[in-house]
Design a protein around this ligand. Structure first.
Ligand code: AHG
Ligand code: MN
Ligand code: MN
Length: 341
């Protein structure tokens, strides 16, 4: 943590923007709007146990009012805040079937679009473990002056302008990446501001933690199973066996991986040939952050950021984290003698 003067996220973003005389400040202002939505969601998350907002959407509370599930609340908060933003032309959300273009003239002239997973790790809500919000920002490719459209949201990750997440953990943090750097800001509740706490995050090239839903092992390929054996093998001089950690919230698992190093995997398996996680809402933004911090992200053969999306909600296998660990995992999953089995 930084001692001395607090630098708020807004101050930091403005300082960064000043390095580029041609920058208009629209991206900074959009990041500020996303941070605002994050603070509103954080407020709901922090009182989740008290406020009748746990449980299934569609249920009715004792007052006869419909309960709002937290991921519905988070989704509505982001859609609403970004609609009122002066810099967002439309959104796509994991919770909506189709893209949501904002139809007003102002939004039609905005050059950015935002994709998000409003509440990641929802199965953790009822057990008070870390959850998060993941977002991606692209410059639209459709004509300015008209509402944005689906092709704006089907751009590969290598065209991202910025991506980040908010983690509602033991503290609330917002981490965002541009091509230049990755920086983390901790919410200081007394002033309601995200303040710079983790400047210029770099992911270690090596780590000691592997993160995967190991309960799926019987469904994994032979190569994947061989890599898990490698992680658990006793080789003291190489720091193995590695420790296994799995929160079941990608934001939580990736935040740890980013800070401490390690590898996070959600591979293909027999029942899910494309894995489980979504390219546009989860894997691309996380790959952009991890790669900007010096790490690596692959679907098994291709850099995640180079995968061309064809559908809004498509899934993709993912191997992401410390460079050397991801490369080692890929060696195993692509070994011809085990791939054949
Ligand atoms: P979401 O809550 O947005 O649907 O995402 C859950 C995801 C991700 O956060 C996590 O890594 C993964 O699902 C966990 O899946 P398993 O329970 O299959 O391990
Ligand atoms: Mn998710
Ligand atoms: Mn979600």
């Amino acid at each position: 943590m930084i001692q001395g003067k607090l630098i708020t996220m807004d101050e930091f973003t403005i300082q960064e923007t000043r390095k580029f005389p041609q920058a208009t400040g629209e991206l900074s202002s959009l990041l500020r709007d996303i941070a605002l939505a994050g603070k509103v969601i954080n407020k709901q998350v922090r009182k989740a146990g008290l406020a009748d907002i746990l449980g299934k959407h569609g249920a009715t509370n004792v007052q006869g009012e419909e309960q709002m599930k937290l991921d519905v609340l988070a989704n509505e908060t982001l859609i609403h805040v970004l609609k009122n933003s002066s810099d967002c032309s439309g959104i796509a959300s994991e919770e909506n079937d189709n893209v949501v273009p904002y139809e007003d003239t102002f939004s039609a002239n905005s050059k950015y679009i935002v994709l998000f997973d409003p509440l990641d790790g929802s199965s953790n809500i009822d057990v008070n473990a870390s959850i998060g919000t993941i977002f991606s920002i692209y410059r639209r490719v459709s004509e300015l002056g008209k509402p944005c459209c689906e092709k704006d949201f089907l751009q590969p990750g290598n065209r991202l302008m910025a991506a980040g997440y908010i983690i509602y953990g033991s503290s609330t943090m917002m981490v965002y990446a541009t091509r230049l750097s990755v920086n983390g800001f901790t919410l200081e509740p007394s002033i309601g501001e995200f303040c710079l706490s983790h400047p210029n995050i770099k992911i270690p090239d090596n780590g000691k933690i592997y993160s995967i839903n190991q309960g799926n092992t019987v469904k994994f390929s032979a190569g994947m199973r061989a890599y898990l054996d490698y992680c658990m093998e006793s080789k003291k001089e190489e720091g193995r066996p590695y420790s296994h950690r799995y929160i079941g919230s990608m934001v939580g698992d990736l935040h740890r991986t980013l800070i401490k190093g390690g590898i996070f995997m959600y591979p293909a398996d027999k029942s899910s040939p494309n894995g489980k996680l979504r390219l546009q809402y989860e894997c691309n933004p996380m790959a952009f952050i991890v790669e900007a911090a010096g790490g690596m992200a692959s679907d098994g053969t291709t850099d995640i950021l180079d995968v061309q999306p064809t559908e809004l909600h498509q899934r993709v296998p993912v191997f992401i984290g410390s460079k050397n660990m991801v490369n080692k995992a890929l060696e195993f999953v692509n070994m011809p003698e085990v791939v054949a089995n």
